[in-house]
Structure formats: structure tokens, C-alpha cells
Design a protein around this ligand. Structure first.
Ligand SMILES: NC(=O)c1ccc[n+]([C@@H]2O[C@H](COP(=O)([O-])OP(=O)(O)OC[C@H]3O[C@@H](n4cnc5c(N)ncnc54)[C@H](OP(=O)(O)O)[C@@H]3O)[C@@H](O)[C@H]2O)c1
Length: 266
């Protein structure tokens, strides 16, 4: 099955920066009608004006995806502005880089709200509209941490594991409505994620600027939608780590524990 994106009605969360912003650009170029969501209304508006100037339909809605009333408004707006919904892309996300013992309940709850409960409830709300859509699909942007959890990313990993689990279960459940459920598993990406971390106390050296450009991730998401690819792992680091972990899970645990001990020796 292949999906033509021209004329598709797409709701994209987290469109104000990083991967979401690059994805909005590429989806617009492919002729999709877009409803863009994030809390930074000014950044969304800038994108919408550019897309509209090119003649592509685009709308922005300031929304905090953790709020039920904002999620409802998003779907109402999709009905009013786009006349329905064909694709929901859950991309909004937040992370924290710190050891679990040094973090707190507020951080864990915020991460679960943004990365898991928000996409889960948006999907539930969107099902009736998607059922009436054209080749409907849900795309969930997880992370390699959702397939192999990493020290100092414990809360983030847990949220992305939950999202991966939900995605797999829904793939079966939503088949009866002909809604495809796709999963994106990116590795390190040079987005604005490090500037948005809830905590930034990890000790390992991680250079986000060495990650994939967000445009590369966006292009792969567009391709997965077109080809209807169930799961897309992106980035050499992610592919390498997930393969190594599949064959040597205990060795991976041991190597990561050794690294943590070394970093926290003093
Ligand atoms: N960067 C990486 O290395 C990497 C790797 C794997 C997976 N990912 C995943 O990729 C996705 C995009 O992240 P990114 O790297 O592009 O990071 P980013 O540049 O920080 O973008 C995050 C986006 O999420 C939005 N967002 C955050 N909290 C929100 C909330 N409560 N309500 C609505 N929108 C919210 C932000 O918009 P506002 O602040 O304007 O609300 C922003 O548009 C995330 O799910 C992330 O976990 C990233």
C-alpha cells in the first residue's frame, strides 16, 4: 500500500521546533493540509504564513497536549478547518537527563503526561474522525530509548517504552477501522531537545550537534507514511545499539553499568 500525501488532512503536534518543524515543512511541500500544534503560537504562525503564501493550506493552534480541553479543541479545529482528519502525528515530546535518584515525581509525571498520556488520549479522541478519513494513519514518534532504555534517561525511556507498547497493541486493535499505526524510532537528532530538557545533570558526553539533522528524520517520517512502514529505526547509533542489544542484552547492561560506575567514581 502507498499513501499519497497531497490533500491529506494532517494534525501534527510539536510543530514549533526540531523534528516537528522540519516535518511540517516537508508535509506542506508534499501538498498536505496541516493543523500544527504546540505551545509556541508565534513559531507556528510563522510557519503557517509561509505555507499559505505558497498556496498550501495550513492552520496553527496553540495547544498544550497535556490538557484535555486543548486536545479536544485540536480535533474540533481539524473538523472545522480541514474538514476531517486522515493522519495524526504524535511528535510533541520532552526529556530529562539525570539519574532517577536525583530526579523527582514532578519530572516523571510531566514526561509521562507529554510523551505518553497526551498521545494516547489524542489517539482515542481521534479514532472516530480517522475512521472516516482517507487511508487513515497514526504516527507515533518514539525514540531508540523506547526500544533500549538508557541510564540517565530512565524517565524518558519509560515514557517511550509505554508509547511503543501502546503503538503495537493499537496496530492490531485499529486494523478493524483500517487505521494504520506507524512507529518512528529515531536516534540522536540535532534538534532543540537539549535546550528543552526538564533536568540536565547527566555526566556522559552527549553531543546533540553530532546527531542527525531534523530534516533527515522528517524525510524518513514522510517516507514511512508514504510506504506505510510499520516501524522505522533512524540513525546509525540507534540501528547499531538496537542490533547489539538484541544479540547481547546482558553484555549491553554490563557495559552501560561499567560506564556509569566510571562516571560516578569520584
Ligand atoms: N532530539 C533527539 O535526539 C530525539 C531522539 C529520539 C526521539 N526524539 C523525539 O522526537 C520528538 C520531537 O523532539 P525534538 O527532538 O524535535 O525536540 P524539540 O526541538 O524540543 O521539539 C519538541 C516539540 O514538542 C513540543 N512540546 C513539548 N511539550 C509540549 C506540550 N506540553 N504541549 C504541546 N507541545 C509540546 C514543543 O513545542 P512548544 O515548546 O512550543 O510547546 C516542540 O515543538 C519528541 O517526541 C522526542 O522525544 C528526539
Amino acid at each position: 500500500m502507498s499513501r499519497d500525501l497531497a490533500g491529506r488532512r494532517i494534525l501534527l503536534t510539536g510543530a514549533s521546533s526540531g523534528i516537528g518543524k522540519a516535518l511540517a515543512e516537508q508535509l506542506s511541500q508534499s501538498g498536505a493540509g496541516l493543523l500544527l500544534a504546540a505551545r509556541s503560537q508565534d513559531k507556528l504562525q510563522e510557519l503557517v504564513e509561509r505555507f499559505k503564501a505558497r498556496g498550501n493550506p495550513a492552520f496553527a493552534l496553540r495547544a498544550d497536549v497535556t490538557l484535555e480541553e486543548d486536545r479536544r479543541r485540536l480535533l474540533e479545529e481539524a473538523e472545522v478547518r480541514l474538514g476531517g482528519l486522515d493522519v495524526l502525528i504524535n511528535n510533541a515530546g520532552v526529556a530529562s537527563w539525570a539519574h532517577f535518584a536525583d530526579s523527582n515525581e514532578a519530572v516523571l509525571r510531566q514526561i509521562m503526561e507529554v510523551n505518553f498520556f497526551a498521545p494516547a488520549e489524542l489517539i482515542r479522541l481521534a479514532i472516530p474522525m480517522l475512521t472516516k478519513g482517507e487511508k487513515p494513519a497514526v504516527v507515533n514518534v518514539a525514540s531508540m530509548c523506547g526500544r533500549r532504555a538508557m541510564p540517565a534517561w530512565s524517565e524518558y525511556s519509560a515514557s517511550k517504552y509505554a508509547l511503543c507498547g501502546l503503538t503495537e497493541a493499537l496496530r492490531g486493535e485499529l486494523a478493524r477501522f483500517d487505521i494504520d499505526v506507524l512507529l518512528i524510532v529515531p536516534g540522536l537528532t540535532s534538534s532543540e531537545l537539549p535546550q528543552h530538557l526538564l533536568l540536565s545533570q547527566g555526566r556522559a558526553k552527549i553531543d546533540f550537534s553530532q546527531g542527525m539533522p531534523p530534516e533527515q528524520v522528517a524525510a524518513a517520517i514522510v517516507k514511512s507514511l508514504r510506504k506505510n512502514k510499520t516501524e522505522t529505526v533512524l540513525g546509525r547509533d540507534a540501528k547499531w545499539l538496537l542490533r547489539f542489544n538484541r544479540f547481547f542484552p546482558r553484555l549491553t547492561d554490563w557495559l552501560l553499568a561499567r560506564k556509569v560506575r566510571k562516571l560516578y567514581q569520584e
